[in-house]
Design a protein. Sequence first.
Length: 184
Amino acid sequence: MVTVLARNWGLVALRGVVALAFGLLTIARPGITLAVLVILFGAYALIDGLFSVWAALANRRGEPHWVALLLAGLAGIAVGIVTFLMPGITALILLYFIAAWAIIRGAAEIAMAIQLRKVLTGEWLLALAGVVSVLFGAFLLMYPGPGALAVILWIGIWAAVLGVVVIALAFRLRQWNQAMSRST
């Protein structure tokens, strides 16, 4: 698993940048309409899912733990597609999609971090990203009614924090990849 992530550290960084940009845009413009949020979120989930699936499938040979990354990616693709196919869904249903995706993604990242701890220092960044996602999803499930504006701000905060953590992980993976390249 670590070699899949390390070889694709640039994609990991790109995922972080996209998450950070999405989060900051959402925080800066909380009055954004639900229709635009649906489109932005659908695009983000789909792109993130596609990157994850591509990284998992392209580098699965010799990697026993690529399935967690694949599952996280498939969840993102499914949420993105459902979001585009049903743009008129209510904010509550979108909220539940986002919560489920965040929990699935977070659980997959925690599972990957557990596997990575055997070969990589700094795997706690991936575990932290997973914990942030699980907590965010659980929060949305427990408090679905605080209002659309509050939910939009929480989505923005979650995505921004997640983006920073994933970018930090990408640079840690880059360091590991360079160290492994030098030792071979």
